[in-house]
Design a protein around this ligand. Structure first.
Ligand code: GLC
Length: 504
């Protein structure tokens, strides 16, 4: 739902709402950044990208050094509570190769951040965000509309900060078609890779006909026989970053780079990693509305209530045994083949296992089958459910996240905030956020970490966690450290500011 502070709905279209336009394009007092993305919470989201776009801009604004704005497509699926509170700024036409398309522009101000929305019902009034036959065209249109919006608004930010392949063309257009245009010529660009697996690959024939680009720039996008939009943005951005320092290193190698290792290595001089934070006001064990009972580092009684109530809710016996939780998209790069390999061994222990997620049918069926076979010990809920996820984070003891690749990952941080001890593979953001308890000293750290992508190694470390759970003082100290780990955006937002400062 939209915040209460927002003024009455004003979506009525006037041909040119100049007063409104002036309001959001007023003289920029600070350095300015425009983030370009395909999703942002709370407006519309399908994953971690939306969490980042929903919270990083707000943290940056709070620091007071930057004027940060965000631009998104106006999807048909956007929550009505927000949609009806958007303010119309005007409309213009966008040329994309031989196409000439309507583009409406709306805005909404949330916690000092202006969110712009690009409206075109033909492209965006659909059920769902991605997975359409014309996604290339939809996001090419969006990227071109973003660039044209700057001229329309007479707002030329210091930095254009694009996220993931869907917005790669905004950088590409800025640095090719618009590179000599007044206002555009001094905009610097940053491209953030949230996941290198999704690159936006298209047939070379589409260069002019779809993307409206000349053959003179083909070599910049060309990779492995196709046009690769992410590769184009890597080549053309002033800086590139990923969402954790470890992932920034990992993607230099074939195992992690999904074919883009050559482009990454060739541009290594301008690539860095900044670990994501989470919205700690939202993921708060004292205030979140989905909790069965609040709890804190000083008083963990509520966590016991959360556990009992969760067991009741899921029809599991109310016993003091470790509850191991998996909350994940059910796809193989989340390490689920390792889980599948040893899950029945785990279930031989005196534990309970809860799985929440949706994804590949293969894993959905497998987990449903196991839950059926181990009734009273295992539950699998095949769904995305925010409310239930909070109940599981807070009611569980161990949070298993053995990803094969994890650019950053947010769930391990959320789990730690709710005192569910992460068991993770040492990769990407998991490595950078979860310090190991299971090292030689066993006196610090907030989770259990294993290195190789190997089911037996995972099982060994998971059994260590199950065993340690039995030692109440040690386990309680572990919970308290995990809950207190600093996952705020503060440090990361400062690092983004440093990156922006390099854009001179
Ligand atoms: C992607 C990555 C995930 C990351 C998120 C936000 O979804 O797979 O690891 O946390 O983006 O950056």
């Amino acid at each position: 739902m939209a915040e209460k502070t927002v003024k009455k709905a004003t979506t009525k279209k006037t041909s040119k709402n100049t007063a409104e336009k002036a309001k959001v394009t007023a003289v920029k007092p600070k350095k300015s950044v425009l983030m370009v993305a395909s999703e942002a919470n709370p407006f519309i989201g399908t994953g971690g990208l939306a969490d980042v776009l929903g919270s990083l801009p707000i943290s940056l604004c709070e620091n007071g050094n930057y004027d940060v704005r965000v631009i998104l497509p106006l999807y048909g699926d956007m929550e009505e509570g927000y949609r009806s509170h958007l303010t119309f700024l005007g409309n213009f036409n966008v040329e994309l190769a031989w196409r000439n398309q309507y583009c409406g522009l709306f805005y909404y101000k949330r916690k000092n951040v202006t969110f712009y929305f690009v409206d075109n019902e033909y492209y965006f009034k659909r059920k769902g965000l991605y997975g359409f036959f014309d996604d290339g065209e939809r996001f090419a249109f969006f990227s071109k509309a973003v660039i044209d919006s700057l001229g329309f608004l007479n707002y030329y930010p210091d930095v254009l900060h694009a996220h993931d392949w869907q917005t790669a063309l905004s950088v590409i257009y800025l640095k090719t078609l618009y590179k000599n245009s007044f206002g555009y010529d001094r905009i610097k660009s940053i491209f953030t890779i949230h996941n290198i697996e999704y690159q936006g690959k298209y047939d070379k024939m589409l260069l002019g006909d779809l993307f409206g680009l000349g053959t003179d720039v083909e070599y910049l996008l060309e990779y492995d026989g196709c046009l690769n939009l992410m590769k184009g943005a890597i080549e053309l951005s002033d800086f590139v970053n990923t969402v954790s320092p470890t992932y920034a290193e990992e993607i230099k190698h074939e195992f992690y780079a999904h074919g883009l290792q050559y482009a990454i290595n060739a541009n290594a001089h301008k690539i860095s990693g900044i670990l994501n934070g989470i919205d700690v006001n939202l993921f708060n064990s004292e205030t979140n509305e989905s909790l069965f009972a609040p709890f804190s580092v000083d008083n963990l009684d509520g966590k016991k209530v959360c556990k009992k109530e969760l067991q009741k809710l899921l029809g599991l016996p109310e016993r003091d045994v470790p509850i191991i939780a998996i909350i994940s998209r059910l796809v193989s790069h989340k390490g689920l083949d390792l889980v599948k390999h040893v899950l029945e061994d785990v279930l031989c222990e005196d534990v309970q296992v809860v799985i929440l997620g949706k994804g590949e049918t293969y894993y959905e069926s497998y987990f449903s089958y196991i839950a059926d076979k181990y009734q009273g010990k295992c539950r699998a809920i095949i769904a995305y459910n925010r409310d239930l996820s909070t109940k599981i984070y807070s009611g569980s003891d161990i949070f298993l996240m053995p990803s094969k690749q994890e650019p950053c990952g947010l769930s391990q941080m959320i789990a730690a905030r709710y005192g569910s001890i992460p068991v993770v593979r040492s990769t990407g953001g998991l490595k950078d956020s979860i310090t190991p308890f299971n090292d030689e000293n066993r006196s610090s750290g907030i989770g259990f970490v294993f290195n190789e992508y190997n089911a037996d190694e995972m099982l060994y470390v998971l059994k260590d966690a199950i065993f340690t759970y039995g030692n109440k003082p040690v386990w309680e100290a572990l919970i308290k450290r995990a809950m207190q780990a600093d996952f705020t955006w503060t440090k990361s937002a400062k690092n983004y500011e440093k990156l922006y400062d390099l854009c001179k």
